[in-house]
Design a binder for this molecule. Structure first.
Ligand code: CP3
Length: 335
């Protein structure tokens, strides 16, 4: 989940000192590396996630996107009708155009020097489609979901394009040094069970299978892959059989239910409510302990159920991370 970012004072200081915007930092490998490492300097984390954004894929397809303080995500145009797909650069070479991400990954992997594994990531096709049609802020009309009903064929053309580019992008990230990959379908829940089956799941599956296949074709060992389909409870069993090694859970799913549904062949990640980082220390610790007891310490990655909110006190993130280590050691000692 988002571990770098606005809740860390050093992130704000770095941004102000260099007087740079979000995407300028993402596009400068030395800066992206530095920000990736910021949370690791503060907390005893077991993994790093490269500082970047899922929106770099729509950018290389030709959509100008900026993130402006106080205004959020700004697109220079949105997709309104199928003909707008012609505006996209279908032949974009993502590994070349996103060489800065690859360079940031390689630099960070070297700098980490084995301290912990480095996650690469990408957005899922449906979540990217949703942003490309609805934009960054809440659209008053469900325009992206309307596309699925009014332009089903064009929707699939777009999802296929995003899928193809994402596979190349993830393969490139592994070649550059990413040791585990996470695919974020942050907008999965709003699809509902039927639309998820048709417009998200097939593309998620394709990404897992084709990424692994392409890596093997180039003699690169595939890495574990994680799928995070936020609010898609209805699809837990499908997600467990979708070619991913880990299913990441938001905080609205009961750990015991998730384990029962997915079985033992996949690992789980999650799922502490990010708002518990606002709770008093005792409550946070009790909830962490209870979460670990329910998931167990094997085939499980302790994490939040979504990103850290921007007004969270970093000391509470430390309490979370330390509590995970403390209680999992306790559980391991008695089992
Ligand atoms: O630890 C990390 O920070 C890893 C890097 C990371 C970012 N975004 C950095 C970021 C990751 C993994 C993401 C993924 C991402 N980006 C997702 C999927 C995960 C999720 O949260 O659901 C999504 C949906 C996005 C798109 C996006 N980018 C949003 C919705 C926002 C917030 C915009 C706003 O105005 O609040 C961003 C911006 C963003 N991405 C920030 C960071 C650190 C904040 C940028 C800033 O203002 O400095």
């Amino acid at each position: 989940m988002r571990q770098a970012g606005r809740y860390l004072p050093e992130y704000g200081e770095f941004k102000a000192k260099h007087n740079v915007g979000f995407f300028e930092m993402v596009k400068t490998p030395s800066m992206a590396c530095e920000i990736t490492l910021q949370p690791l300097r503060r907390f005893n984390l077991d993994a790093a996630i490269i500082f970047s954004d899922i929106l770099v894929i729509p950018q290389v397809l030709g959509m100008g996107i900026d993130i402006v303080e106080g205004k959020g995500i700004i697109f220079d145009f949105l997709l309104e009708k199928p003909e707008d797909l012609d505006k996209l650069y279908k032949d974009a070479n993502v590994c070349m155009d996103l060489k800065y991400v690859m360079d940031a990954i390689t630099l960070t992997r070297h700098t980490l020097n084995g301290q912990c594994p480095l996650f690469g990531f990408a957005g899922a096709p449906w979540t990217l489609m949703k942003f490309m049609i609805d934009g960054g802020s809440h659209s008053p009309l469900p325009k992206a979901r309307k596309w699925l009903k009014v332009y089903p064929e064009a929707s699939k053309t777009l999802l296929n394009l995003l899928c193809e580019k994402t596979v190349d992008y993830l393969v490139g990230q592994v070649k550059a040094g990413a040791q585990i990959l996470q695919v974020f379908d942050s907008c999965a829940g709003e699809l509902g069970p039927d639309a998820f089956q048709e417009y998200s799941l097939p593309y998620l599956k394709d990404i897992a299978y084709r990424t692994k296949e392409k890596l093997m074709e180039c003699q690169v060992e595939p890495v574990p892959m994680v799928v995070f389909a936020k609010d898609a409870h209805f699809a837990l069993d499908d997600l467990a059989n979708s070619g991913y090694d880990v299913v990441s859970l938001d905080w609205t799913i009961k750990p015991t239910h998730a384990r029962r549904v997915v079985g033992k062949h996949v690992s789980l990640q999650g799922n502490l409510d990010p708002c518990l980082l606002y709770a008093p220390e005792n409550e946070l610790k009790t909830e962490v302990k209870s979460m670990l007891k329910k998931f167990g310490t094997q085939r499980y990655i302790a994490n939040l159920g979504h990103g850290v909110h921007k007004d969270v006190n970093p000391d509470n993130v430390r309490m979370f991370v330390d509590a995970v280590h403390m209680y999992s050691e306790e559980i391991n000692a008695i089992s």
